[in-house]
Design a protein around this ligand. Structure first.
Ligand code: GLA
Length: 384
């Protein structure tokens, strides 16, 4: 066992709507947590891709295969992005004559098992989507309410590794029994399947979902704009103490690369998600992503913060009024004080800038930096 020096991550922001300094302290403040599922899945936040944010219902088996190819060819797979997750709209409108879910034969003619084989041969994992109601959110396919055991067995027989389980058409039944039924069915299925609850935070799943699954949505759907992204980050912040190995707060999938935010805004989005130990589930078309997008998604320093084995979720610390600038691209000077994260001001630290990869050695007490509007700086402080 290696004894690691505690290190501290500072994220400095100049935000229009949600100013603040976010920080995480690790591992000194790590709380020992045991996942009720204890199946070894989800020890760090899940990393991968999901079809919804970019493709919506316009999916087919070529899109999934091309995405798996691009994940490997771009080098993203090697960085930990292993799940290729198919969202809503993959199945036929009705169940088959045995009552089983079946792939839509015009868009997935080879079937899901063949797709799982393809993805597995590339060293990746395949995820799928269903809903804890009779129909999914698109209404274009059946959901799994009342068919949990049967559907979990179908998914396992196809070689599925991940289930995102949505909350539409929920019949007014409380989420806990509906999600618990699928959790048990997955555990009975004979295959280790990551269980991602997509209950939108309606019934505070951060409080109860650790015993049921590996991640739980804490918010409604993200949209590809700054206001949505920052408000979701703020809503998710409230649940920071509930995250830890085996179970993660999920503020929804990444929008990086989808075009609605600037490169700096996407860098802030990715930094907050990494620090919040959020799932890093890419939501753009990775077959045609730009170099800027790839640069953000593949920053190993930032990914390492997200995948840190202690799993402590960073949270919002000091709120500086002077950062609340409402207009103009002008930068602001922000001071991050050691005392804001409970570090003795006399402590001498080396400061690693995670985005420029530079190290400033032997800094004491505080750091002052100029940060552009909607930009961020992210540092790891390591006491000498
Ligand atoms: C809900 C979920 C989204 C997506 C869609 C699919 O809105 O929250 O993430 O899965 O349904 O219809």
């Amino acid at each position: 066992m290696t004894l690691m020096k505690p290190s501290y991550v500072f994220l400095l922001f100049l935000l229009t709507l949600a100013p603040g300094i976010w920080a995480v302290r690790s591992p000194a403040a790590a709380m020992a947590r045991r996942a009720a599922l204890e199946d070894g899945i989800g020890q760090t936040p899940q990393m991968g891709w999901n079809s919804w944010n970019h493709f919506g219902c316009n999916i087919n088996e070529q899109v999934i295969r091309q995405t798996a190819d691009a994940m490997v060819d771009s080098g993203l797979a090697k960085l930990g992005y292993v799940y290729i997750n198919i969202d809503d709209c993959w199945a036929a409108y009705d169940r088959d004559s045995q009552g089983n879910l079946a792939a839509n034969t015009s868009t997935f003619p080879s079937g899901i098992a063949a797709l799982a084989d393809y993805v597995h041969q590339k060293g990746l994992k395949l995820g799928i989507y269903s809903d804890a109601g009779p129909r999914t959110c698109s209404n274009l396919m059946p959901g799994s309410l009342g068919h949990e055991e049967q559907d979990a067995k179908t998914f396992a027989s196809w070689g599925i590794d991940y289930l995102k389980y949505d909350n539409c058409n929920n019949q007014g039944i409380s989420p806990q029994p509906r999600y618990d039924a699928m959790s048990k069915a997955l555990l009975n299925s004979g295959r280790g399947i990551f269980f991602s609850l997509c209950e939108w935070g309606s019934d505070d799943p951060a409080i109860w979902a650790r015993a049921i699954g590996h991640s739980w949505r804490t918010t409604g759907d993200i949209q590809d704009n700054w206001a949505s992204m920052t408000s979701i980050a703020d809503a998710n912040d409230k649940w920071a103490s509930q995250a830890g190995p085996g179970g993660w707060n999920d503020p929804d999938m990444l929008e990086v690369g989808n075009g609605g935010m600037t490169t700096e805004e996407y860098r802030s989005h990715f930094s907050i998600w990494a620090l919040a130990k959020a799932p890093l589930v890419i939501g753009c078309n990775i077959s045609s992503r730009s170099n800027e997008t790839k640069g953000i998604l593949s920053n190993q320093n930032v990914i390492a913060v997200n995948q840190d084995e202690h799993g402590v979720q960073g949270h919002k610390g000091t709120k500086c009024n002077k950062m609340e600038t409402k207009k103009g691209p002008a930068g602001a000077s922000i001071t991050a004080r050691w005392s804001s994260i409970g570090l003795d001001p006399a402590t001498v630290v080396d400061v690693h800038d995670l985005w420029t990869d530079e190290v400033i050695s032997s800094v004491q007490r505080e750091m002052k930096q100029t940060v552009d509007s909607h930009a961020c700086k992210m540092y790891v402080l390591t006491p000498k």
